[in-house]
Design a binder for this molecule. Structure first.
Ligand SMILES: [Zn+2]
Length: 143
């Protein structure tokens, strides 16, 4: 790997210390989030204390990666050459079934992406890091 920036260089995330288990889980294609053992709420982004009850009894759980679209915005002009290479693309907040929100790319036809639609996580390699991307799923009954 050279040090020259190319069209295909993805910006790499800044990994906050509290969120290290999240980044580690992603490399194995798992979605991890914090959970408070005292008040039982999901905690995200990662904290050293529960924002609900101040407990330090935070543990890591694995998300099932399913949720619904809470908000979305489709980008037509990429902010950098690598992002411009994939326009149009959509980003937004996904409300996970474990009751926390994650900001991520949402894959799919922008005309079909709507608030409340069901999505499921998949993983894409972006530079050195795997990242979660949510894709539309059918709203039919659960298997
Ligand atoms: Zn708590």
């Amino acid at each position: 790997m050279g040090e020259t920036t190319t069209l295909h260089d993805w910006p790499q995330p800044y990994r906050l210390l509290d969120a290290q288990p999240y980044w580690h889980a992603l490399s194995g294609e798992d979605l991890a989030f914090q959970h408070c053992a005292d008040c039982a709420q999901a905690v995200w982004p990662a904290h050293s204390h529960c924002p609900g009850c101040s407990s330090t009894a935070l543990t890591w759980k694995r998300s099932n990666g399913r949720g619904t679209i809470y908000s979305h915005s489709t980008i037509m002009r990429g902010p950098t050459p690598v992002w411009a290479s994939i326009v149009p693309y959509t980003v937004g907040f996904v409300h996970l079934e474990e009751d926390y929100f994650l900001f991520a790319q949402i894959d799919g036809d922008p005309e079909e992406i709507e608030i409340g639609r069901a999505v499921a996580v998949r993983y894409v390699q972006r530079g050195e890091q795997k990242l979660p991307v949510f894709a539309l799923v059918d709203d039919g009954p659960e298997q």
